[in-house]
Design a protein around this ligand. Sequence first.
Ligand code: ADP
Ligand code: ADP
Ligand code: ZN
Length: 214
Amino acid sequence: MRIILFGPPGAGKGTQALILSEKYGIPHISTGDMFRQAVKDHTAMGLEAREYMDKGELVPDVVTISIVHDRLILEDCTTKGFVLDGFPRTIEQAKALDRMLDEINEPLDAVIQIDVDAEILIRRLSGRWTCTNCGALFNTHYNRSKQDGVCDQCGGPLFQRDDDKEETIRNRVNVYEQRTKAVIDFYSSHQLLIPIDGDQKIEKVTETIAEALR
Ligand code: ADP
Ligand code: ADP
Ligand code: ZN
């Protein structure tokens, strides 16, 4: 299965991608996670990406397209498919993805568009906590971990992302409106788009997606 989870920051892409990746046994590819790993590893690419991430801007297309390309041609993706989380975020990226999938002869099955209102996004992002160890997501307003600062799944320590501060959050939501939203039109003309109401309980969103994919 080859699917894209599309939506604004805070829509629940990462949360749903983790669940779907497990459910369908497909690799979870998150460009945000890849960039954060590169920053942690102090690679040249990480250093460059960080400048944009800190401001809530998009990392340039050439860099982003190249890391996704290098990942999609690996065997687990060519045999099992993937759930893409946070890519594509520009029309250029969407076009490049089309070319990559043509190259490996693997068309997309669906683009799940998760809709959530801007005010809720800001509240979700400001309350987001992530597990350092397994990547599980929690939220101080919506789904708290049982013990503050500790992951329910693996007991690892939770952290708050540097770019989840009020000012950067607002910029990311603006960047979504100005640059990323246009990708919806690109996919609707391909008849691949499945809009989903993201303002429901996490399990309900998963159910709605699974039904749509059936
Ligand atoms: P969120 O989960 O809040 O949507 P991500 O973890 O997907 O955020 O991305 C974090 C940051 O990484 C983005 O603000 C951006 O700087 C960079 N980034 C991630 N994916 C892309 C992409 N496809 N194109 C450009 N920049 C990206
Ligand atoms: P994205 O990857 O789209 O930026 P995340 O999956 O990281 O979004 O979710 C953002 C925050 O909102 C996280 O703290 C997560 O626990 C929480 N969250 C995700 N889905 C829901 C939901 N359906 N209802 C309430 N909170 C949610
Ligand atoms: Zn964990």
